[in-house]
Write a protein that binds this ligand. Structure first.
Ligand code: FAD
Length: 385
């Protein structure tokens, strides 16, 4: 089976990875591979810490994908001969001061109710675990099972492994899905060329609705600004695990990489501004230094602004839209975490692979048609009838 994958972000690349495992031929089309939201992402693999957002249908997906991660990362790393910056050192979610403690306790209660193993520790216990934490940090939730990975390394490794596995990459923009009646049979490229395939899978992130013939999905752009820092050699490593926190009720995080880089993020804006607002960077530095004062001695090596592909209910949209086309987008804040699950699910839907996977209810909760019809069950079948 010949499959075209539109988009070489983490979702298109992981979909192509699983397509190859299912024996399909894959061609990826993207004018700027791995430069979308996946380029900005901090790479937190955080099913427990993300419970704060209160979306219970998302938890089983995050949990299932987190479980797939060690094998997925090890296989991609081995195929590419690359280090993906994967760390399983855990996460501390900190209260910036006593006023943020109540919100932290509520977060911990919600995590416990959802079945995650977490522990509430005092500020001084948190500083024993991470000595760079500020004296004002009033307490923390310790989450051993929330890990991190470097998404830029993952994308580069997937591109390299897929290229070595006969997957071609066409550096072009797709302008249109070609149809035969209601069925997608290929794509038209910006240079006018037509490419045909047995199946097309659209993994174009926020740009999915810009492709003529694509379904009208309710994608929202949630802009995020993020900094990359490097601490001076004499204090490195400044941190050994992910530090998330609440500072005056605002979320902030610091994600250390094994190579010494620290990612400080992230804003969350729906103002449509694609540039980087100075105020967003100011707030990140101010909130970040309330948790880890040492970051003010670090060098800023990169500032990136990208839009997360959000959906109205913050769950992804993965499903068949006609007999020749599957869509896989809307991964919002969780596309790096959900890449193994979303990639495998999209690939299986495209080749109509029989499987007793994924977890119960997944196809219904991610059904792309759930916003346009009350009856999602008819749309969640693997084959479009
Ligand atoms: C600041 C920030 C921090 C984040 N941190 C985390 C995190 O810690 N953990 C986590 O799990 N998630 C995180 N996310 C979310 C995550 O980055 C996204 O959910 C994920 O990257 C979405 O992947 P994607 O492949 O769908 O989209 P993208 O990475 O945006 O890829 C889409 C690709 O499609 C291509 N494309 C678009 N239109 C066309 C076309 N017409 N033809 C061909 N190609 C096209 C684009 O060039 C792009 O390469 C973060 C996001 C941001 C912005």
């Amino acid at each position: 089976m010949r499959v075209i994958v539109i988009g070489a972000g983490i979702i298109g690349l992981s979909t192509a990875w699983y397509l190859r495992r299912l024996g399909a031929e894959a061609t990826i089309i993207d004018p700027a591979p791995a430069q979308g939201a996946s380029h900005a992402a901090a790479g937190m693999l955080a099913p427990a810490a993300e419970v704060v957002w209160g979306q219970s249908p998302l938890y089983p997906l995050m949990r299932a994908s987190a479980k797939m991660y060690p094998d997925f990362a090890a296989e991609v790393a081995s195929a590419a001969g690359a280090d993906l910056g994967f760390t399983d050192a855990g996460t501390l979610v900190c209260a910036g001061d006593r006023a943020d403690l109540q919100a932290l306790r509520e977060l911990r209660d919600a995590q416990s109710r959802s079945g995650f193993a977490t522990e509430l520790v005092t500020g001084s216990a948190a500083r024993r675990i991470e000595p760079s934490l500020a004296p004002a940090v009033a307490g923390a939730v310790h989450i051993p099972g929330d890990w991190s990975i470097d998404p830029r390394r993952v994308s580069a490794a997937l591109l390299s492994a897929l290229s070595a596995d006969a997957v071609s990459l066409v550096r072009q923009r797709v302008t249109e899905l070609l149809k035969d009646g209601d069925a997608t049979v290929g794509v038209r490229l910006a240079d006018g060329r037509r490419m045909e395939a047995d199946q097309v899978i659209v993994c174009a992130g926020i740009a999915v609705t810009e492709i003529a013939g694509s379904p009208e999905l309710p994608i929202r752009e949630v802009w995020g600004d993020v900094l990359r820092l490097r601490a001076p050699a004499e204090v490195a490593p400044l941190l050994t695990r992910v530090i998330r926190g609440l500072v005056n009720g605002r979320s902030v995080y610091l994600v250390p990489r094994p190579d010494g880089e620290i990612v400080l993020g992230a804003s969350s804006r729906e103002d449509g501004l694609s540039g980087t607002p100075a105020g967003a960077i100011h707030r990140l530095l101010a909130d970040g230094q309330r948790l880890v004062p040492g970051i003010l001695d670090a060098e800023i090596t990169d500032i990136t602004t990208r839009a997360r592909p959000g959906s109205p209910d913050d769950l992804p949209m993965i499903g068949r839209i006609d007999s020749g086309c599957v869509v896989s987008t809307g991964y919002f804040r969780h596309g790096i975490l959900l890449a193994p699950l979303g990639g495998r699910l999209g690939a299986e839907l495209a080749v109509d692979a029989a499987s007793d996977w994924p977890p119960d209810g997944t196809l219904q909760s991610v059904c792309p048609q759930r916003f346009t019809t009350a009856d999602t069950t008819t749309h969640s079948a693997r084959s479009f009838s």
